[in-house]
Design a protein around this ligand. Structure first.
Ligand SMILES: [Zn+2]
Length: 462
């Protein structure tokens, strides 16, 4: 017989405790512990995935040279952005978590990719939508109606892992997509779907399935903006790859970012445009992220950044106005607020600008979030341009990190940034004078202006 047992789980990070505690010892959050029923079944191995191939798993020592590399068996999807973030295609037997806020387009992206995989049996498991809803969604995807895979694409609307694995045994799919992990439940655990213990156990069953059969599995998981809903966070260490799908719901652009990858680089990035016919991979993102207007406006500067492994030109917009209230406001979108505050402090202290009595608004165009510190210089110039109410010169862009003493620091992979700026028709790029000089002697169509301090940049621009 089974023994009923309860435990307390931190809903933020999944930390398990036998008694309730106010503050999580693992992640430090307050009031995150919730009691969940766990039914400890002694016949655990008869549940879920494990009864599929009893005894076929041979755990024994093996010479490294006998192990076949999975590299050459990567499954290439028709989505070049997805292949890129996965490190060059889907590895057999890999468990991939796709995390993102609800409604951002995770289901659309993976439904679309499943439909576009020709000659591969795909099983799409949905615990959220009915067959009719998914069919309607699929019909809307233009790519599907053009090159659709209707014979090899199977749909299962089910939330019980027991039923799911029975179906999997019959179908033997070559790729499984689960939408979403929060809706699944296993009978082994008694708590409700979406609770920490359920999510963890269901994911563990899919992990065993993936490893034993070599079938890649994509688990879709929802997070909220502050990451407070249990789920993806606690799965991060269980899966091979974590992809984060992000973007502002009000913008068309979406970024698929690799947060963890056992089979490739974590510095990868895919960019999509959400259209009414599905997600369209954006192959040349710089062109759409910059508004190319002929009349110059103040407060706009272009940064030559590297996002992931590729160069990306983005538009930084700043608005500096007289502060109406006692405390000046600082509002940012797509950029780190503390980074902005330190840049304002540099301008105040080193340049003598009085931002202390100004409201400052900063926005990265397109709803993109930037992490590259080389954006600093463009942010600073956008701020100055709005402060002075003077547009920056035509066709100029920036790549430099700004230090606290006002020095412009060198940034990595400057060649790529310069090449991208040149490709997009920029005539000048301001970089740090500490970046290697060799490049400026190359015959390029773009003029490189190497500067060492913020004051020099100011003098040049205004
Ligand atoms: Zn915690």
């Amino acid at each position: 017989m089974s023994k009923i047992k309860t435990a307390f789980f931190c809903q933020n990070c999944g930390y398990e405790s036998v008694k309730w505690v106010g503050q999580c010892p693992s992640c430090g959050q307050w009031n995150t512990f919730v009691e969940e029923l766990i039914q400890k079944d002694s016949k655990k191995n008869d549940n879920g995935w494990s009864d599929y191939h009893p005894g076929t798993r041979n755990s024994r020592t093996i010479s490294l040279s006998q192990i076949k590399s999975n590299e050459d068996r990567r499954l290439l999807t028709s989505d070049s952005e997805l292949n890129r973030v996965l490190g060059g295609g889907v590895i057999p037997g890999s468990l991939v978590l796709v995390a993102g806020e609800p409604g951002i387009g995770k289901s659309t992206l993976f439904l679309q990719n499943g439909l576009l995989l020709k000659d591969v049996t795909v099983l799409y498991i949905s615990g959220e939508e009915s067959e009719q809803q998914i069919k309607m969604r699929a019909d809307r995807l233009q790519s599907y109606s053009l090159t659709g895979n209707t014979e090899n694409f199977y749909l299962l609307t089910e939330t019980s892992t027991q039923v799911i694995f029975q179906e999997i045994k019959k179908l033997k799919p070559q790729l499984v997509i689960v939408d979403s992990i929060q809706t699944l439940q296993t009978t082994f655990i008694d708590s409700s779907p979406g609770s920490v213990s359920q999510i963890r156990e269901c994911a563990a069953e899919f992990q065993r399935f993936a490893k034993e059969t070599g079938t890649p599995v994509f688990l879709i998981g929802h997070i909220t903006k502050d990451g407070s809903i249990a789920g993806p966070k606690i799965l991060e260490h269980m899966v091979d790859t974590v992809l984060q799908f992000e973007g502002d719901r009000h913008y068309a652009y979406r970024v698929l970012r690799t947060l963890k990858n056992r089979f490739g680089s974590t510095a990868e990035l895919g960019i999509y445009e959400m259209t009414d016919q599905g997600m369209r991979a954006v192959l040349n993102p710089s062109e759409i992220l910059i508004t190319q207007k002929e009349d110059q406006l103040s407060g706009i500067a272009i940064a030559a950044t590297i996002e992931g492994l590729r160069p990306l030109l983005i538009e930084v917009q700043a608005l500096v106005t007289q502060s109406v209230y006692g405390t000046p406001q600082r509002t940012v979108s797509g950029f780190d607020l503390r980074r902005l505050q330190s840049l304002l402090a540099v301008l105040e202290k080193r340049g003598g600008f009085h931002f202390g009595i100004k409201d400052v608004f900063l926005n990265i165009a397109g709803g993109i979030k930037v992490e590259d510190p080389s954006t600093d210089l463009a942010v600073l110039c956008a701020l100055l341009s709005s402060y002075e109410d003077t547009p920056l010169p035509h066709h100029i862009c920036f790549a430099g990190e700004v230090g606290l003493s006002g020095e412009i620091r060198a940034v990595n992979r400057i060649e790529q940034r310069v090449a991208e700026a040149e490709k997009l028709g920029f005539e000048k790029i301001i970089v740090s004078k500490y970046n290697p000089k060799g490049l400026s002697r190359q015959k390029t169509g773009i003029e490189m202006l190497a500067m060492g301090r913020v004051e020099e940049v100011y003098k040049y621009l205004f």
